[in-house]
Write a protein that binds this ligand. Structure first.
Ligand code: PLP
Length: 386
């Protein structure tokens, strides 16, 4: 038999996060590799979904989501960013931010197109594009401030460049793009006539009084920007698969049609649960979740510093990239496995976030865990308990 799988298969075969998670489960360790937040889901969200299931919201929804969810998303977007989004025609509810990004790439880009991407990057973005034949062109952010310049962008642009992708606050660096940086991106996008894809899934987790600025709100950016976000992180419902793309109706329509083709719709009763959460939870809820992540960031980064693995202290999101170059091993993977072996705590080798070798001395830890588990992880790292 000469049956074979696609060449594309190789793109998804190797996932550092998956392999570290498997290894972590094998040794019954604490998994700080996966970006899963295990905080409680707000009651109003659970009750909303439960009610919807009991009262018959169990069939397909329209391809772009239930109106009440789109309306609630539009209201939240206005409240937090000032964006004026029409729930009719400008919002596509998808299967997570992941589904929204995939549908966006399917709808707006062709194989052979190029997209400017910052590294360290979120691996799903890269593999999603590569599996569609879209080529990422990398701009490496320079620590400690994860800086980039206009020149860095100009160096990678070609006649095939169609978009620039950013993620703010970013995974894994926790970079919150400042207004002047967004202005550089906006000017670049305008001068080369590019789409701006912006993944804002961590928009509510910004620390030390910083402000999340939605790139679409910069002057002249509204029409070319596809804003992607979702409910996974803010309501701690990563398994519910609820996200969305916000954009001009000219792009929303094809994005919605591909969303229909791949996902049909996001889970119907869960859309209602999310709508109730967006309608009923006030600004204090969002602030409390962000504050909780900030407290954990400080505790966890202090632990890393104390044990000689100095962290890059994130400005937002819920990860830290730490310098693990002092650990034994040739590669980041060896060092991460060594740490897991010695302490029972799993992280992601930094090589998962770079094309080149810049990540070999780094590892990403997710600190969005319930306090008892995070405390256990911190004592294990300090060598205080088995
Ligand atoms: N975008 C980024 C940058 C992420 O880090 C993640 C999850 O870790 C996602 C998207 C996935 O979001 P969703 O669960 O809404 O698909």
């Amino acid at each position: 038999m000469s049956l074979r799988v696609s060449k594309r298969r190789n793109l998804v075969a190797q996932s550092e996060i998956r392999s570290m998670s498997i290894e972590c489960a094998r040794v019954q360790g604490i998994n700080l590799a996966q970006g899963v937040c295990d905080l409680p889901v707000p009651d109003v969200v659970i009750n909303g979904a439960e009610e919807a299931m009991k009262h018959g919201t169990n069939i397909y929804t329209r391809f772009d989501g239930r109106f009440e969810l789109r309306k609630a998303i539009a209201a939240k977007q206005y409240r937090f960013t000032g964006m004026d989004v029409d729930p009719e025609g400008h919002i596509i509810v998808s299967a997570g931010a992941t589904g929204a990004f995939y549908s966006t790439c399917l709808a707006l880009l062709d194989a052979g197109d190029e997209v400017v991407v910052f590294e360290p990057y979120y691996g799903y973005h890269i593999v999603t594009m590569e599996s569609l034949g879209i080529k990422p062109a990398f701009v490496t952010l320079k620590p400690p401030r994860w800086h980039f310049s206009e020149d860095d962008l100009e160096k990678v642009v070609t006649h095939k460049t169609r978009a620039i992708l950013l993620n703010t606050p970013s995974n894994p660096a926790g970079k919150v793009f400042a207004r002047n940086e967004l202005q550089i991106i906006a000017d670049f996008a305008e001068s080369h006539d590019l789409f701006v894809f912006t993944d804002e899934i961590y928009e509510h987790f910004v620390f030390d009084g910083r402000e999340h600025i939605a790139p679409a709100t910069l002057p002249g950016m509204a029409r070319r920007t596809i804003t992607i976000s979702g409910l996974s992180k803010i309501f701690a419902v990563t398994g519910w698969r609820l996200g969305y793309a916000l954009c001009d109706p000219e792009w929303a329509l094809p994005i919605g049609h591909f969303n229909d083709l791949v996902y049909v719709c996001a889970p119907a009763p869960l859309q209602i649960g999310a709508a109730r959460g967006l309608e009923k939870l006030g600004t204090d809820y969002y602030q409390a979740v962000s504050d909780e992540h900030q407290v954990k960031r400080d505790l966890f980064c202090a632990t890393l510093r104390d044990i000689g693995l100095p962290p890059h202290v994130p400005e937002g999101a819920y990860y830290t990239l730490a310098d693990i170059s002092s650990l034994p091993g040739e590669t980041a993977k060896d060092r991460a496995l060594n740490l897991l072996d010695k302490t029972g705590v799993a992280c992601v080798p930094g090589s998962a976030f770079y094309q080149g070798n810049e990540g070999e001395g780094l590892a990403r830890f997710c600190f969005a865990k319930e306090m008892p588990l995070l405390e256990k992880a911190m004592s294990r790292l300090r060598g205080e308990s088995a």
